[in-house]
Write a protein that binds this ligand. Structure first.
Ligand code: AMP
Ligand code: GLY
Length: 422
């Protein structure tokens, strides 16, 4: 088979790495890919948002299966365009992807179907927003969210009235995230532990992947602004067997069933960002795709053939084969450009990669890298995902941090406390 992977992050490198191990696959293309995917696949210089060019490429190069990493092309309808042309693609349709594309749709859907989530109100003008904020219905801290896609930066936790006013102004008046902030959600702040619960859905059934915990804030101790994710460990330390079943029964399966009933059949990866509260698991958000960095430790633990699983899901039979996972934990620490998620510089030469990768058991996935004059240089905020899977989490983290200690580039930053919490 010839497989096309759409995207350019650590997630896509991890998918390409795993798919390369499949006996079903002969050739892999990544559009646009990164410095790491260039080594194990063929990078194609087409942007992930250029759906027409991607479809033309898939037709002309006789691609048998396309797998979409990021949300933007899914929300824009890449699956519908490919399917119209008779191309096989793994990812939800535009209508199903709205579960991530519109937070208001997702919240109203959850209320309609009694799927546990934080209490909320919707505002479509700054005046209404301020009225809700001042009404006392939500105590501080409260969470204000842009309705549309905002690159993971659209949820703002407000500790006081001043911050809430400023946030409403930034989203609705200054339009910090463009049309994504035309309508906003004001919601109750949930306390507990976060977990990422990710499944592959065939439209009616779900295959849960091993659980993970992401680390969103940029600095140690969960300080600083939220990022796309600074590291992930698998399994999540906060989901026991009982909670796992509860999440499947109260969140995942009802979501898939109700989406089908609402003519939004969801075939693809459904990612529930959860808060494990004293009242049980509640949904913070849904994503319509694999997580990043969550996919990186997950692919290290997956022993079965990912391509076979995906083909079964597309046939409507995702549970056809038993899926095997390593019982060993796995983790990923993300190495970023200094300044990320705010302003940062790129074009910095990365040294020590060969040495780090020669440590047995260390796997490095690239994100914001490219090859220039035979060297890897930085080209984005999140640069590398340094991963390992050892017999316990302590050994896993030791191996990862040992590998990071030999990598260097100007301004390099990473969290030193991934996998440390008790
Ligand atoms: P979201 O984009 O909705 O996942 O939000 C991004 C991050 O903001 C989450 O991973 C949480 O850390 C935080 N967050 C979002 N909603 C809430 C909430 N209702 N209560 C507490 N934290 C939240
Ligand atoms: N790591 C968070 C996400 O993939 O959305």
């Amino acid at each position: 088979m010839r497989v096309l992977i759409v995207g350019s992050g650590g997630r896509e490198h991890a998918l390409a790495w795993k798919i390369r191990q499949s006996p079903l696959v002969k050739e892999i293309f990544c559009a646009p890919g990164n410095g790491g995917t260039a080594i194990i696949a063929e990078n194609v210089p087409i942007k992930e948002t250029d759906i027409q060019a991607l479809a033309d490429f898939a037709v002309s190069r006789k691609i048998d299966l396309t797998i979409v990493g990021p949300e933007t092309p899914l929300v824009a309808g890449i699956t519908d365009v490919f399917e119209e042309k008779g191309l096989k693609i793994f990812g939800p349709s535009r209508k199903a992807a709205e579960i991530e594309g519109s937070k208001i749709f997702a919240k109203q859907f959850m209320v309609r179907h009694r799927i546990p989530t934080a209490r909320f109100q919707i505002a479509d003008t700054p005046e209404i927003a301020m009225k809700i904020i001042r009404s006392g219905e939500f105590l501080f801290p409260m969470v204000i969210k842009a309705d549309g896609l905002a690159g993971g930066k659209g949820a703002i936790i407000c500790n006081n009235l001043k911050k809430a006013e400023e946030t409403v102004h930034n989203l609705m008046v200054k339009k910090q995230f463009g049309p994504a902030g035309e309508r906003i959600i004001i919601e109750e702040y949930l306390r507990g532990h976060e977990a990422s619960f990710i499944v592959i859905s065939d439209g009616t059934k779900a295959l849960p992947l091993v659980t993970t915990k992401d680390h969103k804030p940029v600095f140690d101790g969960d300080r600083g602004p939220n990022t796309g994710g600074m590291g992930a460990i698998s399994p999540s330390p906060h989901i026991n067997k009982e909670e796992f079943v509860k999440i499947m029964e109260t969140i995942i399966l009802p979501t898939i069933t109700r989406l089908l009933e609402e003519r939004r059949k969801f075939v693809g990866v459904l990612y529930a960002g959860l808060m494990m509260t004293d009242e049980g698991p509640k949904v913070l958000e849904f994503n319509c795709r694999f997580g990043d960095p969550e996919t990186q430790p997950q692919m290290l633990r997956l022993e079965s053939d990912l391509v076979e699983i995906i083909l079964n899901a597309l046939e409507g039979n995702v549970l056809m084969r038993e899926v095997n996972w390593s019982t060993k934990p796995a983790a990923c620490v993300v190495v970023t450009s200094g300044g990320y998620p705010l302003k940062y510089e790129t074009g910095k030469k990365i040294s020590g990669l060969d040495k780090a990768e020669s440590i047995p058991g260390v796997i490095i996935f690239h994100a914001g890298t490219k090859i220039e004059d035979g060297n890897f240089v930085t080209s984005g905020g999140r640069v590398l995902g340094v991963c390992a899977s050892e017999k316990n989490l302590e050994k896993t983290m030791e191996k990862i941090y040992g590998a990071i200690s030999v990598i260097n580039f100007e301004g390099m930053h990473f969290r030193r406390d991934i996998g440390c919490e008790k």
